[in-house]
Design a protein around this ligand. Structure first.
Ligand SMILES: *Cc1c(COP(=O)(O)O)cnc(C)c1O
Length: 470
């Protein structure tokens, strides 16, 4: 059995490694955990190889979810597609399918993969309806609830009924008697609010302190109640969850525990497989697929990592990326304490512009599920995210938000650090395999960012670059 539990962390940012950055920790066992904790405390970007990783043949059949759950979720998306095309004019041309393209970005490929391999951008920043990866999980969770209520109340006869009825008067009258709520750092609220309001639910979005004003304003214009919290995401969820517990007609979409969100995200992968086939990409042991996934509470990247190990087996390598100020999933998995430990305990403070990733405690259920599935996690400074954000704009005209640029930063940490190389070696991935590899950078949000806000992001990126003397 492969055991990549070596070298907890090594070298600071790859930019520094070229100029002789320090290699603070490279131990095993408990020392590795201590070393990684030190890297986290020092806010040092690093790659952590997950020691719990297991071959698909040993772990998939023991998990609480299977390929059948993904297939069921795909079938639900299929049933709802005619409804989505009716509710959202932007989905007419795709007959109600919400999907993003796979993009070649040569400038980024040259920069991040100078020694070969293929880089593709999974452009979820451009997903219709919600403008972020939350168009997968969030919309799916709302559709799941609407279907359930409609079936229970006879608005839908059965699953073969015409789901466009959910946009009709009987459904609207029914849904008006129900409310949805959610806690969010911004994007999840946007997706639940947009989808919920389109179906006629009353929606309350509990926004944590980092949520951007334009996201709140966009929701208010649709009649969504926006509750502003001066606290972080976890605390906003506590309030929202308590409110829902007292009201049987209020359904709380619980990002920290939601199977629906998780499976909604998972459906991205069977579609990705078809896109890769169309792009002429073969994935197998000698031609690995790396997925670089920005991680907040974990549902989005977790659903994708789970499905990727199901679909591609051990040829898929999923890496999560978190801000150095909010490495909640890394900390939870490293210590095995998941949602019982917060990044505040290390003296970190969520001071990051990556608002989509500014989470202090991870989803326990996702963290536990990731133990055998995930290759590793890495941490990134905001400055690196801004550098990639700027490069995506300059090199390809792509506008993403800081969180969504984080995936780019995982590639150098995987390929250029001792811990990353040790992971690759432990999996038998030498230069040949890396030259045949495909790296998917998942850009998770940004197309709804107002132009002047994106201009401010770029200005900030330039200021950071010149302050650094680049
Ligand atoms: C929500 C979000 C993520 C991460 O998803 P989680 O399910 O919270 O881990 C990544 N990027 C962006 C832009 C997001 O909005």
């Amino acid at each position: 059995m492969i055991s990549p539990s070596v070298a907890a962390c090594a070298v600071s940012s790859p930019a520094e490694s070229a100029t002789g950055g320090s290699a603070p920790c490279a131990d095993t066992g408990g020392e590795a955990e201590q070393g990684a904790l030190d890297c986290l405390r020092r806010r040092e970007p690093f790659f952590w190889a997950n020691p719990g990783w297991r071959p698909a043949a040993d772990c998939l059949s023991h998990l609480p979810f299977s390929a059948a759950d993904i297939a069921e979720a795909e079938a639900r998306w299929g049933r709802c597609a005619p409804l989505l095309a009716e509710l959202f004019p932007e989905l007419k041309t795709t007959a109600g399918v919400i999907e993003s393209p796979l993009l070649e970005v040569p400038s980024m490929a040259r920069r991040l993969l100078p020694r070969g391999g293929r880089l593709l951008l999974k452009a979820d920043h451009a997903l219709p309806v919600a403008g972020s990866i939350k168009a997968r999980g969030g919309l799916y969770a709302v559709l799941h609830f609407a279907e359930k209520v409609a079936l229970e109340n006879g608005v839908l006869r059965d699953e073969r009924d015409d789901y466009r009825k959910l946009a009709g008067p009987a459904a609207r009258a029914l849904f008006a008697g129900y409310a949805l709520s959610v806690g969010s750092t911004g994007n999840l609220g946007l997706s639940i609010g947009i989808a919920g309001a389109a179906l006629g639910f009353q929606v309350s979005v509990h926004m944590s302190m980092e949520a951007r004003e334009w996201k709140k304003e966009r929701l208010r214009r649709r009649g969504v109640r926006v509750v502003e919290h001066a606290s972080d995401y976890t605390a906003a969820c506590v309030v929202a969850r308590a409110e829902a517990a007292a009201n049987p007609r209020l359904h709380f979409v619980d990002d920290e525990n939601s199977v629906e969100l998780f499976l909604g995200y998972a459906c991205a992968v069977p579609r990705l497989r078809r896109q890769l086939e169309t792009a002429g990409v073969t994935v197998d042991a000698g031609r690995p697929l790396f997925l670089h996934l920005p991680c907040g509470v974990g549902g989005g990247p977790g659903g994708i990592a789970f499905a990727a190990r199901n679909v591609f087996g051990d040829a898929a390598h999923a890496v999560f990326v978190e801000p150095v100020e909010a490495p909640c999933m890394l900390l939870g998995m490293l210590t095995g304490r998941h949602s019982d430990i917060s990044v505040y305990s290390l003296g970190l403070g969520l001071k990051t512009d990556a608002d989509g990733l500014a989470v202090s405690t991870p989803s326990r259920f996702v963290g536990q599920l990731m133990v055998p599935l995930l290759s590793g996690c890495c941490t990134l400074e905001d400055e690196a995210m801004y550098r990639h954000l700027h490069e995506l704009y300059e090199g390809a005209g792509i506008e993403v938000e800081p969180s969504a640029a984080a995936g780019c930063g995982a590639i150098p940490l995987l390929l250029e650090t001792d811990a990353g190389r040790a992971y690759l070696a432990a999996h038998g991935l030498g230069e040949d395999a890396l030259a045949q590899a495909t790296h998917i950078v998942w850009t998770t949000g940004g197309s709804f960012v107002p132009a002047e806000q994106h201009g401010r992001y770029r200005d900030h990126a330039r200021r950071l670059a010149s302050a650094r003397g680049a």
